[in-house]
Design a protein around this ligand. Structure first.
Ligand code: SF4
Length: 360
């Protein structure tokens, strides 16, 4: 069975309100992992993939869902209908399968890890010999690492794209599998250049980028009690802000996946020197973490970007080697460390936002 969700992009480039609400409901119900494909019908672009599906199935409502099962195609126009008739069934079947395997004594350890998120493929830690894989990948290209990850885990693996130079990974992934999943965290404090790049990448590659937002109530409470620019006052406040705006939305997303991909490199920071190409991320439920660029240098990334005509963040040309949220990123002087412009008021050892720690 294949489930496709068609969302609508409005004239102003924003996703339709209802589409956003339904997406959030899927996420809150741990059901995003059951959706195989999310495409957008952009009202400004009649060639968009979603537009073609709107025409093909003559649907006048957004979002809608296309469920393909053997030779049958069924259109669901509401989330509740999809949940009642399809998602519930898929979850029940997955539970029965797990129960049967339990009774037979053949269930794997991972089933408990992923039980709350019925995934397309249950993985077990013992399925992967991380040390051996890293030896095998020692001299591999990023594309070879990505090919392995996508073959093993797609659609239960996605790239966490930060809108910075790891756009090179977007290019590589789309060339390997145009359906590869890419998401980004919209903290609400990004630079305009980063938002422009997200749309540019979406258009150039004709792909959907899943944009995740922080919880509104939690963000409001944080800002009300600590101030809008709380991060400048202490490492504690900064960690809180990163936790609310980045880590929690990431955690929600990763709870639906068996693996994630990053653009992390060893030469970026003292905190990243030990990064391996394949890791088990204990921080996020023991899922696979792939760092295909781990052994690449800053120069290698930029050679790739220029050679392949990959769109990049305009801030890089304004002296920003590393890009995060607007108030926490500044340009650096020539010769300064590439992470010197991130949280420049803190010591290098504390300069992580909680997305990349303690992987094995
Ligand atoms: S980088 Fe700055 S603004 Fe962005 S989430 Fe972290 S502390 Fe908040």
């Amino acid at each position: 069975m294949k489930i496709t969700m068609v969302k609508k992009i409005m004239e102003d480039g924003k996703e339709c309100k209802k589409c956003g609400e339904v997406y959030e409901r899927l996420k809150a119900g741990n059901e995003l992992g059951l959706i195989d494909n999310i495409v957008t019908a952009d009202v400004r672009d009649s060639r968009s993939e979603g537009h073609k599906l709107v025409k093909k199935y003559n649907v006048d409502i957004a979002p809608f869902f296309i469920v393909e099962d053997a030779d049958n195609v069924t259109i669901y126009k509401t989330y509740m209908e999809l949940k009642r008739k399809v998602l519930k069934k898929v979850v029940e079947e997955a539970d029965v399968d797990i129960e049967e395997r339990r009774k037979a004594g053949t269930e794997e350890r991972s089933i408990d890890i992923f039980h709350s998120v019925p995934s397309k493929k249950s993985i077990s830690r013992s399925d992967y010999d991380i040390e051996k894989l890293n030896k095998e990948f020692e001299n591999s290209t990023p594309q070879e690492v990505l090919e392995w990850g996508l073959k093993e885990l797609h659609p239960s693996i996605a790239l966490a794209w930060s809108g910075a130079e790891d756009v090179a990974v977007v290019d590589m992934m789309v060339k390997i599998n145009p359906q590869a999943r890419i998401f980004t965290l919209d903290t609400g404090r990004l630079n305009p250049e980063t938002y422009n790049l997200i749309d540019k990448v979406r258009q150039k590659y004709g792909i959907n980028i899943e944009v995740l937002f922080p919880n509104a109530a939690e963000t409001e409470e944080m800002v009300r009690t600590k101030g809008v620019n709380l991060f400048y006052h202490s490492v504690e406040n900064r960690s809180l802000c990163c936790n609310v705006r980045k880590v929690k939305p990431l955690k929600g997303m990763l709870s639906t996946l068996n693996g994630w991909i990053t653009g992390l490199r060893r030469d970026q920071a003292v905190t990243r020197i030990a990064s391996k190409k394949v890791e088990i991320d204990e921080n996020f439920g023991g899922i696979i973490k792939l760092n295909p660029l781990a052994d690449w240098t800053h120069k290698e990334v930029w050679d790739y970007i220029h050679k392949n005509d990959v769109p990049y963040n305009a801030l890089h040309d304004k002296g920003y080697p590393s890009i995060g949220c607007a108030p926490c990123t500044r340009a650096v002087e020539s010769g300064e460390d590439i992470r010197a412009g991130r949280w420049w008021w803190e010591s290098p050892e504390s300069k992580e936002c909680g997305l990349h720690v303690n992987s094995k």
